[in-house]
Design a protein around this ligand. Structure first.
Ligand SMILES: [Zn+2]
Length: 73
């Protein structure tokens, strides 16, 4: 069995709570990981890190890499 390394992306080492949200810098679309995006094939509760790298904003088409995180308290 290969032991795949965990994703450890720069800037993503934050403590993501179940209510973490990510906001598109271009159009303000918010990805709420508690809700997911069922219409996009992303189940509720899917963490941001589990969203496919090729996913893009449904509003403006901006890639995942260009989203900025917005935290809920
Ligand atoms: Zn957008």
């Amino acid at each position: 069995m290969l032991d795949l390394p965990e994703l450890d992306l720069p800037g993503l080492g934050l403590d993501e709570g179940p209510g973490a949200r990510w906001m598109c810098q271009v159009c303000g679309f918010v990805y709420d990981q508690a809700q997911g995006l069922p219409e996009e094939g992303i189940a509720p509760g899917t963490s941001w890190e589990a969203v496919p790298e090729d996913w893009a904003c449904p509003e403006c088409g901006m890639a995942k890499a260009d989203f900025a995180m917005e935290r809920l308290d």
